[in-house]
Design a protein around this ligand. Structure first.
Ligand code: ZN
Length: 130
């Protein structure tokens, strides 16, 4: 995958980013700028340490008109987290917009989030020897 910082294509796998309660993310190092990144870096999901499906569910609830606190209660997360996700993803609206624009009736299709994440996902089996 390309480096999210300098867009260089010369990157290689370099271990994994550990995550709490979840499978680690494949980590990469950029040979051009030397920065480490993982498959979520540079995406709306960067720094969101929750399953993509949960983020999607929450945003769907919000787009259905559910209140921040109600949605947070259902998912057993803090309302601040819900607000943060909305803010984060609204910023990325140019390339991904789960939050419905005001007044319209856009909903996120179930697979859309997975598709986005999947694009950057390496093959599930890690090839050894590198
Ligand atoms: Zn780079």
């Amino acid at each position: 995958m390309n480096c999210p910082y300098c867009q260089s294509e010369s990157t290689s796998k370099r271990g994994f980013s550990p995550r709490r309660h979840q499978a680690p993310l494949q980590r990469y190092i950029c040979k051009s700028c030397g920065r480490l990144f993982n498959e979520r870096t540079g995406t709306p999901l960067a720094h969101i340490h929750k399953p993509a499906e949960q983020v999607e569910r929450v945003l769907k609830m919000r787009s259905e008109g559910m209140g921040v606190r109600a949605a947070a209660r259902v998912e057993e997360i803090s309302h601040a987290t819900v607000t943060l996700w909305e803010k984060r993803l609204a910023q990325m609206e140019s390339n991904w917009s789960p939050a419905a624009p005001k007044g319209s009736d856009v909903t996120v299709e179930g697979d859309e989030l997975y598709t986005r994440v999947g694009e950057n996902r390496p093959a599930s089996k890690v090839s050894g020897g590198r």
